[in-house]
Design a protein around this ligand. Sequence first.
Ligand SMILES: Nc1ncnc2c1ncn2[C@@H]1O[C@H](COP(=O)(O)OP(=O)(O)OP(=O)(O)O)[C@@H](O)[C@H]1O
Ligand SMILES: [Mg+2]
Length: 392
Amino acid sequence: MSAKAARTKNAPEVAPAAAIADGAIRTAPSGNGEAEVLRRHAEEQFAEELHELAQADTKPRPPRWKLSPWAVSTYLLGGILDSGFVVTPKYIGNRRLMEVAVSTLATDRALLLLGVPGTAKSWVSEHLAAAISGDSTRLVQGSAGTSEEAIRYGWNYALLLAKGPSHEAIVPSPVMRAMRDGKIARVEELTRIPADVQDTLITILSEKTLPIPELNGEIQATKGFNLIATANNRDKGVNELSSALKRRFNTVVLPTPETADEEVEIVRRRVESLGRALELPAEPPGLEEIRRVVTVFRELRDGATGDGKTKVKQPSGTMSTAEAISVVNQGLALAGHFGDGTLRAGDLAAGLVGAVVKDPVQDRVVWLEYMETVVKERDGWKDLYRACRDVI
Ligand SMILES: Nc1ncnc2c1ncn2[C@@H]1O[C@H](COP(=O)(O)OP(=O)(O)OP(=O)(O)O)[C@@H](O)[C@H]1O
Ligand SMILES: [Mg+2]
C-alpha cells in the first residue's frame, strides 16, 4: 500500500490520535492522570502541605503570594503546625540561607542560587516557586542554544503572516507569562545562556517591563512577579554574568552539606521518596549503608578521611550529594530486581565506581588508592572492599 493510500485509509484514525496527543500536552498545572506521571511538580506532590500551611498562615503575604514568607520558609525547612500537622523538610541545611532566599523574592531584586552541582539549586528553586506562586512550571531551561525569544516571546507565524503583528500572534515565554500573572519565573542554568541573551533580563528585572517593539507596546509586570535563576559555579562552557545583570540579583550560595549527618538525612529522604515513586520492590535502605556511601563521597570530595588522619586524592568529578542519591537508588534497584530486596555492599559497588571513575585513567588510580588505603583498612568495611574489587 502506498503511503498516500495508507494515509487516506487511516484518515479517520489520524484525527483522534492527533487530538489525544494535543490533550496529553499539559498547558496548565494539575490535570491528567496524576498517578501515572513519573515526576510530579512540587505544588502537586506537596499540595496537602501547602494547603495546611495556607490555612495556618496568619502572617502578612506580599501581593499575590499564596503564603507569607514565614510559611514559605516553613514549607522549605519543615516544621510542625499548631494543628499538629507535620510539614516535611525539603531543604536540609542552613535556615538563614533559606530565609534570605525567601525574603529576597519579596523585594525588587531577583534571586540567584549559585553553587557546585548537586547542591539543590534547582530543587530549592522549584519549591520556592511552588510555595510562593502555587506554580513551578514557568521555567526557562538555559543552554548555549537559548534564544532571546525563549526569554521574551516568539510569534505564531501562521497568525503573523495572516494578520500581521498582533497580541494574539505573540507566543509568550514563561517569563512573560509570569510577568503578566504576577508569579515567579525560573531560569535554570543562567550562565549557560549566551551573554547577549542573558542581558535581555536586565530590562525585565530593572524596569519590570518587557518591551514589544513590533506592537509599539510593552508588558508591565504585575505585582508578585519575580525571578529565580540557578547557576553552577564549577562547570565548563559557562558565560560570566555581566556586572549589570549581577546587580539585579541577590546571590545565595548553596553549600555542600556541612555535616555527614545532614548529608545522610538528605540521601535517606530522597531515596525513600524516589523509591516510592519508582515503585522499587526493595526495603528502604538501612542507615548504615547510606552512611557508608556518604562517607566515601565526603572523603573523596574533601581529600581527607573523616578523622582528618589520612589524605586521599580527589577524583575529577564533583562527588555531589545528588550523585550519592543516585548511587543508593541504583543499588536499591539492583537489590530489588536481582537480589533479595535488601540493599547490600554488592549492590552499591558498581554505582560507587561509576560515580568516582569519570576519567578512566586518573580517577581509576584515585579510586584504587582510596580502596586500598581506606576501604580495606576500615572496620566492618571488608564486604564493601570485596564488592568494589569485583567491579573495578
Ligand atoms: N541540602 C539539601 N537538602 C535537600 N536536598 C538536597 C540538598 N542537597 C542536595 N539535595 C538533593 O540533591 C538532588 C539534586 O539537587 P538539584 O538537582 O537541585 O541540584 P543542582 O544544584 O540544581 O545541581 P546542578 O548544578 O547539577 O543543576 C535533589 O534531589 C535534592 O533533593
Ligand atoms: Mg540544577
